[in-house]
Design a protein around this ligand. Structure first.
Ligand code: ADP
Ligand code: MG
Length: 678
């Protein structure tokens, strides 16, 4: 933040030590922090209700006239507390209003004056009132900000503090964008945007202000990634140039690779043959066969005499990758090891030695693998699976391991190109846009819970035919404890009611890793037939014999998440089914019905994008990217504009040292940290 705006909050008139302390709880310590504390909503005072329509516990704005004087009653020790009260009427009814210790407000009120009173309604018998309302003269009736609050702070306090901050400091708010950009893209100036995001005169004003900030935020983000990309471009890794006969690897597989898999493998090998580091994202729909692509590349690295590491986001997946790949690599005379948080001390020591001496060629593990003190003899390639759990920081932690290895990130979240360019702007992108041959289309249906009996009957038939199934259990509340409880209870109910004599087990996020691992191993070996689970099965699990996926309370999930879940079946040559259980109708249902019509992940995420805007994709849980506070409110138009502006800026050579972009450059540094920026 600009100088002056960095001043402690106590510089603002009316903000004393006590208020500063409360504001600090909201993360507001400086004047700039306060200005950046945007309202979560606006209250339109021109939309008032008659006193008669006030309901208990609901916020209401009433336009009414003072029909009495304000009387004051002193209470407390030595009369230190003042209780102000008066009556107001709006023609439909009258009510008493009391104010507690608000001398300043109370003294300004005049009998016969018309005001707007806003606050929480209270109804006791025939009596209605609004408790300690916000009061504005009626002729001021406008739009008021509603801020997110925490204990000890009220709207009024925030409003007056922000108002004072704007009055005293708005002169110091600097424009960050060059005039020509502001003009060309129809943006409002930064000072005006601050005024209007806090105190808009109408809805249009606040929208424009928000738009300006959204564009600015996306712009910094896109520019930050483009700087990272440029830096990546300068990184050098050991080029892996020796001749490798990949057909040896290919013929060790039990299937032929798809054209798309081969193309992506070759794109990556091309990258690794160059002295510049590979920094590539492989996007492939669920079941498109990303693991074998990773394996091929690790094979290539080994044939060039170098080591590789592969990281999975969860221990369960690391174990799965290891058990699949170690048998493949064993045939090829390649040694691979598994290192996770639950690897025992002796085993860990043995593995670390093997990695340092070069006896172990390939290390598979969770991302603890890059944080722990694991030293490689000659690490040339790092692969991160299911990257959407890896943030920018982790992306760069990857590259700092060993002697600057080539890096590959694999994502199962198919997203449209426009979004990929933004979220992965720092990476080169390859797409596996083809599924292995012989896969049958998954049939998907939306069903009511009334159809449970029939549906689970069907599941039972599949089990009898030797297949397996997943059940994603309903989420009642979104917290770990109730999630755990509901998984256990639900699987007990199923076992009793519909699935007698069938091997059924449950899986949830709170289970110890070892236990999870055992359940999954038994499931993948076919010893368990039905796996009841929370969404922990969402990412990566591969049991080709599973042919039924039942998702309870399907309406709770986003389309892309449903797609990931559905992708756990249909991974072999057998016909598979997916049932989405919901009792909702209307739009929620038709959304699910549409989902059933396609199995193309890219198409589904296009629909998601259209339906819900890009916000979800920016959800920080998804990617851990920095500085995206407002982006979830962005629409496609602002996304396009921000991208256009970014490319105009980056087309100017050395833009970050041009004076017209100096504010932008320092914002990018603030966002991504000094080291990332040139
Ligand atoms: P994802 O892309 O979702 O990570 P996986 O790599 O787990 O997919 O592969 C899914 C399944 O498809 C695995 O059982 C894998 O062995 C198999 N598979 C991968 N490629 C092919 C192929 N070209 N032909 C047939 N089966 C394949
Ligand atoms: Mg996978």
């Amino acid at each position: 933040m600009e100088n002056g705006l960095n001043n402690k909050i106590t510089c603002i008139k009316g903000v004393g030590a006590k208020r500063a302390e409360t504001l600090a709880k909201l993360g507001i310590e400086t004047v700039g922090n306060l200005l950046d504390y945007y309202p979560r909503a606006y209250l339109d005072m021109s939309k008032t209700v008659p006193i008669r329509e006030i309901t208990d516990g609901e916020p209401a704005a009433v336009r009414a006239t003072l029909i009495t004087d304000v009387s004051v009653k002193r209470t407390g020790r030595g009369g230190s507390l003042a209780l102000y009260s008066f009556f107001v009427s709006d023609g439909t009814d009258s009510m008493q209003i009391t104010l507690f210790n608000q001398k300043y407000t109370a003294e300004k009120l005049m009998r016969g004056g018309e005001y707007i009173f806003y606050g929480k309604g209270e109804v006791t018998g025939f009596f209605r009132t609004i408790k300690s309302p916000i009061i504005e003269p009626a002729d001021n009736a406008s739009v008021f900000p509603v801020y997110p609050l925490s204990a000890g702070i009220n709207q009024k306090m925030l409003r007056t503090s922000v108002r004072a901050a704007l009055n005293e400091y708005s002169g110091l708010i600097k424009e960050t964008l060059p005039d020509e950009i502001i003009e060309k893209y129809g943006l409002i100036g930064r000072k005006e945007a601050y005024e209007n995001i806090h105190f808009p005169e109408n809805a249009e004003d606040s929208k424009k202000a928000l738009h300006r900030f959204v564009i600015e935020e996306l712009l910094y983000f896109i520019l930050g990634l483009s700087v990272l990309k440029k830096k990546n471009r300068k990184r050098v890794s050991k080029p892996l140039t020796c001749p490798v006969d990949m057909s040896v690897f290919y013929s060790s597989l039990s299937f032929g690779l798809t054209g798309a898999q081969k193309r992506v493998i070759n794109e990556c090998i091309e990258d690794m043959r160059r002295p510049l580091s590979m920094t590539r994202l492989v996007q492939g729909d669920v079941g498109s066969g990303k693991t074998v692509v990773a394996a091929a590349l690790m094979y290539y690295a080994k044939m060039c005499g170098a080591q590789s590491a592969m990281m999975a986001p969860t221990e369960v997946l690391a174990v799965q990758h290891h058990s699949n790949l170690s048998s493949l690599f064993e045939k090829l005379g390649i040694t691979c090891a598994l290192l996770t948080g639950s690897t025992g001390a002796a085993e860990r020591r043995r593995i670390k030695e093997g990695i340092l001496s070069g006896k172990i060629d390939i290390l598979i593990g969770t991302h603890a693998l890059i944080q722990k003190d694991v030293a490689f003899k000659d690490l040339a390639l790092v692969i991160a699976d299911e990257q959407h759990r890896f943030g920018v920081n982790q992306r760069s932690a990857l590259t700092e391991k060993g002697e600057n290895p080539h890096t590959l990130i694999m994502s199962a979240t198919p997203i449209p190109r426009t979004m990929a360019l933004i979220l992965y702007g720092d990476l080169d992108v390859s797409v596996i846009d083809e599924l292995p041959a012989g896969r049958q289309k998954i049939s998907s249906f939306v069903v009511n819970s009334a159809a449970h009996e029939k549906m689970y009957g069907y599941l039972r038939e599949q089990i009898m035919a030797g297949r397996q199934a997943y059940v994603v259990c309903p989420l009642i509340e979104e917290n770990d404890e109730s999630e755990t409880r509901s998984v256990i209870e639900f699987s007990e109910q199923l076992a009793e009611k519909y699935l007698k004599y069938i091997n059924i087990a449950y899986l949830h996020g709170k289970m110890p890793a070892k236990e999870k691992e055992t359940v999954l191993r038994k499931f993948s070996e076919g010893e368990i037939s039905v796996l009841v689970s929370t969404t922990v099965i969402e990412v990566g699990i591969n049991v080709p014999n599973a042919t039924v996926m039942i998702i309870e309370n399907a309406e709770k999930f986003g389309l892309s998440q449903l797609h990931q879940l559905r992708g756990r079946v249909g991974r072999g040559s057998k016909k598979s089914w997916c049932f989405l259980v919901t009792d909702l109708g209307g739009q929620s249902r038709s959304r699910l019905e549409n989902f059933c019509k396609t199995t193309d992940g890219f198409e589904i995420s296009r629909q998601d994008l259209e339906l819900r805007g890009p916000g979800d994709l920016f959800g920080s849980r998804q990617h851990g990217l920095p500085g995206l506070r407002l982006a979830s409110l962005a629409d496609m138009d602002s996304l396009h504009d921000a991208q256009q502006i970014a490319s105009e800026i980056t087309s100017k050579k050395g833009w970050y040292s041009l004076p017209e972009y100096s504010e932008i450059a320092s914002a990018v540094v603030r966002l991504f940290g000094k080291t990332t920026v040139v």
